[in-house]
Ligand binder design. Structure first.
Ligand code: ZN
Length: 77
């Protein structure tokens, strides 16, 4: 279960929450965006390296201009 751990942080406020489910974290981010206009980011605990590699393999560069920001592989700044 812990491999699905996602930490959501926001550079615009002191937000920092940890979720066990990607879907829940994503909903939380969307909610925070709508409510505050902030742009929170998420971090995959133990999976960080693997996700980065998967992103390379999928051709996701992490920039909003060339990838779907709804993708679970998207890595915001
Ligand atoms: Zn915020």
């Amino acid at each position: 279960m812990s491999e699905n751990r996602v930490t959501v942080t926001c550079g615009d406020c002191a937000l920092s929450e940890t979720f066990d489910s990607l879907g829940t974290a994503r909903e939380f981010i969307e909610e925070h965006r709508v409510e505050t206009g902030h742009d929170p980011t998420w971090e995959f605990g133990a999976l960080a390296a693997g996700v980065e590699r998967a992103g390379d393999e999928a051709g996701v560069c992490g920039s909003p201009g060339c990838t779907d920001t709804d993708s679970p592989l998207y890595r915001g700044e």
